[in-house]
Design a protein around this ligand. Structure first.
Ligand code: AMP
Length: 189
């Protein structure tokens, strides 16, 4: 299996580039943010809980997120592999993913980390707010909070994969196609 952790701060282009990777490699795309938003739309209990954190720019608790991710993975029978987009966001999530994949006789192949300067992230998120309808894109204070949470809780996850020699930094500036080519090269190498 080809299991890719697509990593990067909010606004780095993880969702956009996941679509490209799906087309290129036939992988299943699992975005925890998208799954939470679908639950919010469907007015499920999980959605109500997730919304209370997401609207503030905070992380949904690990226990809830890990359980949800595992149940999503199990829905797929004999996939070629997964793109994990927006997961893991904490070291505890990364450890849980490793353990869960090991139980299923597979592993994370690579972490591809999109690198984008903070000013560019803010510009992109403010622009996305015009069309995304996302509460957490609309408020500059919430955007800042998400970037801060990323620096504090999520950036250390890169170390987890660096220690396993699975980390690859990818320049996240340029056209969508240029960035896609860098990701393809990294996976095909
Ligand atoms: P995203 O769509 O990846 O930007 O995620 C939007 C929001 O969903 C985040 O700001 C968090 O509140 C929540 N979320 C998404 N993925 C996770 C995760 N792996 N762990 C905790 N919270 C998450």
């Amino acid at each position: 299996m080809l299991n890719v952790v697509l990593f990067g701060p909010p606004g780095a282009g993880k969702g956009t580039q996941s679509e490209n990777l799906v087309h290129r490699f036939g992988l299943v795309h699992l975005s925890t943010g998208d799954i939470f938003r679908a639950n919010i739309k469907g007015e499920t209990e999980l959605g109500k809980l997730a919304k209370s954190y997401m609207d503030k720019g905070a992380l949904v608790p690990d226990e809830v997120t890990i359980k949800m991710l595992e149940s999503e993975v199990k829905k797929h029978n004999a996939p070629k592999g997964f793109i994990f987009d927006g997961f893991p966001r904490t070291k505890a999530q990364a450890a849980a993913l490793d353990a869960f994949l090991a139980e299923n006789d597979t592993t994370v192949t690579a972490m591809l980390a999109l690198e984008v300067p903070e000013e560019e992230l803010k510009t992109r998120l403010a622009k996305r707010a015009e069309t995304s309808g996302r509460v957490d894109d609309a408020d500059p204070a919430v955007i800042q909070k998400r970037i801060d949470v990323y620096q504090k809780e999520t950036a250390p996850v890169a170390e987890f994969y660096r220690d396993q020699d699975k980390y690859q930094g990818i320049k996240g500036l340029g056209t969508i196609e240029e960035i896609a080519q860098r990701l393809y090269q990294a996976l095909e190498a």
